[in-house]
Write a protein that binds this ligand. Sequence first.
Ligand SMILES: Nc1ncnc2c1ncn2[C@@H]1O[C@H](COP(=O)(O)OS(=O)(=O)O)[C@@H](OP(=O)(O)O)[C@H]1O
Ligand SMILES: [Mg+2]
Ligand SMILES: [Mg+2]
Ligand SMILES: [Mg+2]
Length: 437
Amino acid sequence: MEEDKYAKELEVAVRVVHVACALCERVQERLLANDNVLSKDDDSPVTVAGVGVHSNHRVRNIGIVFVSGITPESCFCHCGNVMNDPGWIKSSEIEIFSRSIQFKMSEDFSVQATISWLLSEIFGVQNVSIVAEEDIETISKDESAGLLEAVVNTVNESLALASKYGLQSPETTLGTSEVLEAISRCNSTGGPRGRYWVLDPVDGTLGFVRGDQYAVALALIEDGKVVLGVLGCPNYPVKTEWLNYDYQDHQAAAQSSLVTPDAGGKGCVLYARTGSGEAWLQSLVDGEKMLEWPNRARPIRVSSIDDPALATLCEPVERANSNHSFTAGLAQSVGLRKQPLRVHSMVKYAAIARGDAEIFMKFAKCGYKEKIWDHAAGVVIVEEAGGVVTDAGGRPLDFSKGMYLEGLDRGIIACSGVTLHEKFIGAVYASWDSSNL
Ligand SMILES: Nc1ncnc2c1ncn2[C@@H]1O[C@H](COP(=O)(O)OS(=O)(=O)O)[C@@H](OP(=O)(O)O)[C@H]1O
Ligand SMILES: [Mg+2]
Ligand SMILES: [Mg+2]
Ligand SMILES: [Mg+2]
């Protein structure tokens, strides 16, 4: 790859993700300030599920429903709606969850509008095509007027700070139609040809509403290949020991000396360009306090551990999202001894790229189709940091087939190096037939 190919795109992508992370932090602070925090208790008796509707080609989250005493698997279709993104919380947390999800939806759309507007300003509206998780229909409905108003305010608040990150802020505040127009540009469906951005505005929905780990993920795909990836991790500080903190720890830590300019603040942005052999980390900086851009970056590398007994497995928190007992069996057969690190969102890819864990595995239920925005940025960052990412058959993930990772063989295995990777691929072959997947 030419030395400077995609250099400008990467530079811009990193800055817009910083702007988006600052937006997320503000929204999450408001959320947490109102005691809208969920605990991490996974064994609670109430099922919470987002309710989605099929609109065109994708399933949208439009609200929530609470059903006592049934499992996500037994959720049913209701009035043409389907259950999506199931999770577990305590009954006492229902009201909190309901408020939280409003914040989360507002954040999703605000991030999409902000990133879409900034990319369009820089590269020209006609050159910007985005595949993103949320689409225009949800927010265009009459009943979403309140949500839209909140989004317009948040977008303007964020764009006003864009100049702090070396980007152009709008001359006047954006109106509703401009915000909707920016969101409507996120209607690409991807595919094998052309150039398009891939955006997950908030990855790790439950992590976000729990005041825990979540990520903003932006990648650029050209002719079906991911050419760069940027992961914003607002709650993943340079200090690794915070990876698995909960909100209470977070409060304590936020007041402690860990959050100092030296420690690098409470979040980070990771990025890489395909083929460069390098991946980078920047601390998140508070735009309002920032005196000048550029923020310094340091190279990151995967862990050099290849002894399974010393390796750490990172996986989704929710059992509904990945089969914990299957991965535990694989881990045992390969010889892992440590407890798995369960972390929400693409922060798992960040943990591998930074060398904080050695293996990330996700085995979704049969029938679930992985989306490209949940993996594109993370995969390139792990690979350029020296890691290996494939499906369970050992093949690279194929981002060229539209919004989904079509043809994915069973699950995803990301490792810090080939030795561990080969062991896990071998373990899948050995145990698959006896698994219930
Ligand atoms: N049923 C099911 N199976 C597998 N995967 C699913 C499922 N439902 C959702 N998703 C996708 O998982 C994304 C969140 O993954 P995480 O690894 O963060 O999950 S977890 O919260 O740690 O359990 C999540 O991304 P976000 O929606 O951006 O949060 C989803 O795209
Ligand atoms: Mg996601
Ligand atoms: Mg998301
Ligand atoms: Mg979602």
